[in-house]
Design a protein around this ligand. Structure first.
Ligand code: FES
Length: 78
């Protein structure tokens, strides 16, 4: 069971959980904040819409296309 840090809070998820699912399990379900200040959330779940962009270990990634790993740092806020 991977342990990750989501916006500074510890979260344990089941093996194989996507980061998009972890956002719903341990956060507000949102992945980022738009330039106009609106919170955005995963939409398509299959790598098309790009709404699930998050920062994982300092790099921008698609939450729906990334599985949680032990020690992963996920940030949804600027
Ligand atoms: S939810 Fe659409 S690209 Fe990830």
């Amino acid at each position: 069971m991977p342990d990750l840090i989501l916006d500074g809070r510890a979260l344990r998820v089941a093996e194989g959980t996507s980061v998009a699912a972890a956002l719903a399990l341990g956060g507000d379900g949102c992945s980022r904040t738009s330039v106009s200040g609106q919170r955005r959330a995963p939409l398509c779940g299959m790598g098309i819409c790009q709404e699930c962009r998050v920062t994982i270990d300092g790099r921008r990634r698609l939450a729906c296309q990334t599985q949680c790993r032990d020690g992963m740092q996920v940030e949804t806020r600027p």
